[in-house]
Every structure is written in C-alpha cells, then in structure tokens.
Design a binder for this molecule. Structure first.
Ligand code: ATP
Ligand code: K
Ligand code: MG
Length: 707
C-alpha cells in the first residue's frame, strides 16, 4: 500500500457538506428560458408519430381530431373556419409535444457531458494485461495510478488515492477513495490524481453508473409512475365520457333541426377533454427528476421521487447530518486517583492508529494541550491496534503487556467489568464506576459525547477518565425540522451515541424523536415498524451496514462517497454526499405532487368555462333561449368556438414554465396545501378561460369576415 502524497485528510471529502445556496437551488436551475421552446421544436415534430402519441390518450384524441378536421377541410377548401380550427388543433398537439421536449432538452446537454467522460478508457489488470474498458467483467481487478481514468465502477480493494470526480459531480476538488471503509466506491470515468489503487469491478460495461446517469437525464429510462398511471386512467376515462357525450349530439341536433359539422364536434370535444394536464403531465414528471439532478441527486426511478413527496417519517443520522460531524476532543477529565496527564497519555496511545476524526482529534489535543509528542509506530513495535467499529463502540491498543481502550461508556465499563472479576479493589461492583458515570452523564447532558478511557496492566483493569468530544448542531436545523413538522413529517434522529447525549442533541436540534445506541438491526426494525403503520420512510446512508435499511426504506438515499453495496441498495444517490440533502429531496417530491395536483385541478376547471362558450354557440340558431348561457357575450358562434380552441391551445404553452419550475411551495400540511391549491388553481382555472376566451373573441372580431 502506498502512502498518499496528498495532504487531504479522508474526512475532508471536499464534496461532503458542501454549502448549497439558501434556497437550495443551484444558479440557473428551474429558470425557464423561452429559447428552449424554439430549440425543442424539431423534437416536438418528431413526437407527432402516432406510436408515441398513443401513450398520451388525451392528446392522441386531439391528433385524430386534427386529422379529421384537416380531411374535412380538404373536402371543403373554401371553408376558412375548418382550416383555422384544424390549424389550431395541430398547434395544440404540437404544443403538448413541445412541453415534453423542452423538459427533456434540459437533460440532453448533461448527457452529452457525461458521454465524453465515458469514451475509450483502457484497463490495466493486476496480471499485467491491458484490455479496453468495455471488455471488463465483474470481479476483474484493475490497477489505477495517478493520471489514469478509472475504467469501470467498483470498490477499492487496495490502497488509497485522491480522485477527481468532477466528470459526474461537477465539483473540481478531489475526494479520497480508500479500501476497507465506507469510502471505497469509485466510478468509471473519474480520474485518479495521486497514488495507486486496485479496484475490483462491480458492474458490467454498459450498466455502469455513468450509463445509468445518461439514460436517466435523457429520460430514456423513464417509465410512468404509479401516480401518473392512476391519473392517466382518470384522464382517459374523462376523455371517453366526453367522447360519448359529444357522439350523442348529432342525433339530438338533427332532431332539433340544427346542423353540426365534423369541425364543430371535434372542436367541442377537444375543448372539453382535459388537454391541459394531458399535455403537461409528462413534462411535470421529467421536470421533477430534473430538479433533483440539478441538486446532484440521481433517482433510479420516478417512483422514488414520488415516494419522497409522500414520505411521513425521516430518519436522519446524528453525526454529520444534524451536527457538523467533526466531533473533536475538547478535554480530558480524570476520575479521582488519576491525573489529567495520565488520561491524556492513555487516550493518545489508544488513538495513534485510530483514523476516525474522533481518534485524530484526541491525538491532536493531547499534543497541543499536554505537550505529549506523538509516538512513532517504530517505538510501538509489536503493538496490536484495535480499530473502532460501530458494533464494539471501542478502539485501542495492546502493547508491552498493557491494554488501553477508549469508547462508549457502556462498552468500556463492560470491558473493565469483564476483566477485574473478583479483585478486591472493585468489590463495590458497578458502584466502582460511579465517578466515571458522573463525568460521562455531565458531558452527555450538554450534548457532548463522552468516551471512557480504561487500561489493564499489572495493577488490574480500571477506568482512568473521560474524553469530552464536542460536536456542534448545524445552523438552521431547528427551523428545517419545524418546516418538516408543518408538512406533517416526523423526524427521527438515529445515533450510535448514548441516550443522554442523543436526548440533549435531539432537544437542541428540535427533532421529534430519537433512537440511541442504534445498531443496523435497530434501524431496520424502526423502518419496518413505521412502514407497518402505513407510513413511507426516507433515510440516508453510506456504509455496507446501511445497505439493508436503505433497501427497506421507501426512499433510500446513498452517499456517492459510500460503498457500492449502499449505492446498489438505495433508490437515489447524492453525488455531493450531503446527508442533509434528504430534506431537499422530500421538498422536491412534495413539489412534484403538488404541481401535478394543481395543474390537474386547473385543467379540469378550465374546461368548464369552455362549455359556456361552445354549447350556446352550437344551438344558438335553434334555441335562442340558450343565448342566456352565452354569459361571455361572444360575438358569433364561429368566433366563440374558435376562441375556445385557440385558448385551449395557448394555455398549454402559457403553463409550460409553471410545469417545469413547479408551483410555489410552502411547508404547510398536505390538507392546507390542498385547500389552498383548490382555491387558487380551481378558481383560477374557472376564471382564466372566461377572460382569455373573451379577449381572443374581441381580437377575432377585429378580423374582417368574422363576427
Ligand atoms: N474512534 C472511536 N473510538 C472509540 N469509540 C468511539 C469512536 N468514535 C465513536 N466512538 C463511540 O462509539 C459510539 C458510536 O459511534 P458511531 O460512529 O457508530 O455513531 P455516532 O457517530 O455517535 O452516530 P451516527 O450514527 O450519527 O454516526 C459513539 O457515540 C462513541 O461513544
Ligand atoms: K381541453
Ligand atoms: Mg459515526
């Protein structure tokens, strides 16, 4: 294993915890540029293919209507009305396709950049053979050195290196990838900047992370989500109902002595069926995915994004998510009978090989405050290092017949108790730990993490004192959790820390609940319990330990810096490896659902008004009394029908920016949001056409020959 030539410490993973702008939006994201409409025009025409159109039944009906009215117009070439209606019906279909094309267009540029990262890598296998990156198989071991582009996805099995992941994250600062830990996954297409690593390939060529990212941002892998399918069925049913209703009109009109042309019937049908939402539905879904991509989150399915919108329980890690995560040693506190320097010395000794941020901070504090110099590995030949694990909650060293341990109070006390057996000096049993307990409880009550330091030597096993680890709750957490609460989401903090510390931090941060001394099994059990109560659960994770829970959660966000297992198990990956992102993901999911709901409401409401424009127009000649329904006072039957058709088409384009950007979103309960949106978009949907159609009618009446 080569030593890293970079000075970047592993916890300085540059992307982790990168500050996002206050509103969570990257510059440029969500902005709508009218030029996109023009750029997407060719795609909009391509989508006129009936095999593509049939996937949106509402718009397919409009397409058929356009063909019918066009055929009719060819038969009656002198009928300007038929031609105009046909033209606007074609525009309606085109506008719908345009909405989808614009939504897709935003991912295309990103896909292009990604493709560039992919082309032509070669892989050097450990056995010395060189093969093209496309011929790698799962399990192959490849060597990557400074300057190499990593040929495929995998886990580092040997070495540590700094890697430039800007090809996928857009972030130029290098990150550390190393074997063994929760930072072992590497992505094909990223570049090794220093050192040498051996990577075990975990995905087949063509199915790599970048391949998946490309199909994702291009929308190629997009499938309708369950909610979209349900809504599509509703829209199709409405369409069939209106189709039947319109079909009964000719006999009825015949009977009354009125004559209804194909053009008028098609125009009526198109105005009544929910074309607005039919046209915008897929754009809304794509835009939701895109909003996630803009924040460097990749969802494997639209379903995951939707689930994020329905989540009612959020599991958040304490360290690094709610707190800053650089938990540092702040003081060494001796129990009566030992000195501070003794505690510092033992603490430092136990931490010399402890690469966790906590371990390194202990070494630093002992050096700074107590002038203890770092002992070199050479002086400690024969030492057996005990690495920290979340399960044992301890770390330490066995050297020169002396065993030193530091760790969570319960673990260290158990370790000492196991050792001194019947020794006289510990005859008081658990009470012997009273002094230590008092110290740890005091630290924990302030939200600090106490680590007990203990030794076993010729004098027996005993607790020496306590290390006070300090961590700081991130700014603005209380407000964020307040927002989540208003949305009706319960937040649960999960930590391996003791219950007292957990309680103090939970109170300070304002989470609803906490789970202390949590093992991976506890996490899993918690998720299952919440789900059994019919709730959707979201969580983040990075370790192999987290994989089962990530898979079980409805929304499992894996950190890009984490292990391949975690990334495989979750249904989202955060390229920035920022666990706080989960909160934004939920907001994006909610916004997606709300946007879809709002535009559906608007669509159905705005069709009602068209009724009042068209029905009186149809029967004005035979039933003059119906003219009372003509509350808009439209100038003529032809103008009324045409105005309604034109409005019906234009409203689609007018709403494209809203569909892409999402409706304005505030953290309130789903109930209040629903009521508010019914009021705004329902009422708006009712009123807008009255105004719009009247205006168009006025404009049309200026054209000679109409009205
Ligand atoms: N380097 C270490 N050496 C010894 N003990 C440690 C070390 N780091 C942490 N501990 C102890 O182990 C406990 C569990 O740590 P772990 O990292 O699993 O959870 P955590 O960081 O407290 O919470 P989170 O789940 O949010 O990461 C800590 O509360 C602490 O008491
Ligand atoms: K309509
Ligand atoms: Mg931890």
């Amino acid at each position: 294993m080569s030593t890293p030539t970079t000075t970047l410490a592993p916890d300085q993973d540059a992307s982790a915890g990168r500050p996002t702008p206050p509103d969570g939006r990257r510059v440029g994201a969500g902005l709508f540029d009218p030029r996109q409409l023009v750029q997407s025009l060719p795609d909009a025409f391509r989508k006129l293919d009936p095999r593509v159109m049939i996937k949106t039944p509402v718009m397919f009906v409009v397409l058929v209507g356009s063909v019918l009215t066009t055929v009719f117009s060819f038969k009656n070439p002198g009928d300007w009305f038929g031609w105009t209606v046909s033209a606007w019906l074609w525009l309606t279909v085109l506008f719908a396709n345009l909405a989808e094309a614009v939504a897709e267009g935003r991912g295309k540029a990103q896909a292009e950049t990604l493709r560039r990262a992919k082309t032509g890598t070669v892989a050097r296998k450990v056995d010395g053979t060189v093969v093209p990156g496309t011929e790698l198989r799962i399990g192959d071991l490849v060597v990557c050195e400074a300057g190499d582009v990593i040929p495929g996805d995998g886990d580092v099995v040997e070495g540590v290196a700094s890697v430039d992941e800007s090809a996928i994250t857009g972030e130029s600062a290098p990150v550390i990838r190393e074997s063994g830990g929760d930072r072992s996954a590497v992505t094909g297409g990223t570049k090794v900047l220093s050192d040498r690593i051996v990577v075990k390939i975990t995905t087949r060529p063509g199915e790599t992370f970048i391949d998946r990212m490309i199909s994702l941002v291009e929308g190629a892998a997009r499938q309708k989500t369950p909610n979209e399918i349900a809504l599509s069925i509703l829209l199709a049913s409405l369409t069939i109902a209106f189709l039947l209703a319109v079909a009964t009109l000719p006999p009825f009109a015949d009977h009354a002595g009125a004559e209804l042309s194909v053009v008028v019937l098609v125009a009526l049908l198109v105005c009544l069926i929910p074309t607005t939402i039919g046209a915008l539905l897929s754009a809304i879904g794509i835009a939701g995915m895109d909003r996630l991509v803009q924040r460097n989150v990749l969802a494997t399915s639209g379903r995951a994004v939707e689930a994020a919108g329905d989540v009612s329980t959020l599991l958040l890690d304490k360290t690094g998510t709610i707190t800053l995560g650089n938990r540092r040693a702040a003081a060494f506190l001796p129990v009566p009978g030992t000195t501070e320097a003794e505690v510092a010395d033992a603490a430092q000794l136990s931490s010399l090989a402890d690469e966790t941020p906590e371990g390194r901070s202990v070494v630093v504090l002992a050096k700074e405050r107590y002038g203890l110099r770092e002992r070199h590995q050479g002086e400690l030949a024969g030492a057996e290092w005990i690495e920290f694990s979340a399960r044992t909650r301890m770390s330490g060293v066995d050297v020169d017949g002396r065993k030193v341990r530091k760790g969570a109070a319960s673990s260290v006390i158990a370790w000492v108790a196991e050792r001194h057996g019947e020794a006289a000096r510990h005859a008081r049993g658990p009470e012997a730990f009273q002094d230590a307990r008092e110290l740890t409880d005091r630290i924990a009550a302030e939200g600090g993490t106490p680590l007990l330091v203990a030794v076993e030597d010729a004098d027996g096993a005993r607790v020496l004192g306590v290390i006070h680890l300090k961590d700081v709750v991130k700014d603005g957490m209380r407000e964020r959790f307040g927002e989540l609460r208003r949305m009706g989401i319960k937040t649960v903090m999960i930590t391996g820390d003791n219950p007292l510390t957990a309680k103090a931090i939970a109170e300070e941060a304002g989470v609803d609940d906490f789970l202390a001394e949590a093992t991976p099994e506890d996490k899993m059990a918690l998720i299952k319990r919440e789900q059994a109560g019919g709730k959707l659960v979201a969580m983040t994770g990075d370790g192999t330990n987290d994989a089962p829970a990530l898979a079980q959660a409805d929304v499992g966000v894996a950190m890009n810096s984490g292990t391949s297992a975690a990334k495989e198990a979750g249904n989202m990956v955060d390229l920035d490896s920022d666990p706080t992102k989960l909160i934004e993901i939920v907001e994006i999911g909610k916004q997606l659902l709300i946007t879809r709901g709002a535009l559906t409401t608007f669509s159905i409401a705005n069709d009602v008004a068209k009724y009042f424009a068209i029905i009186p127009a149809l029967f004005a000649a035979v039933y003059p009394g119906l003219d009372r329904l003509n509350i808009m006072g439209l100038s003529s039957p032809d103008s009324a029908i045409l105005s309604a058709v034109i409005f019906n088409a234009l409203i689609i384009v007018a709403l494209v920016p809203l569909a892409l950007k999402g409706v304005r979103y505030r953290p309130v309960s789903a109930d209040r949001m629903l009521r508010r949106n019914l009021a705004v978009y329902g009422l708006g949907g009712l009123i807008a056409p009255f105004v719009g159609i009247k205006l168009i009618d006025l404009l049309l009446s200026l054209v000679p020959g109409i009205g």
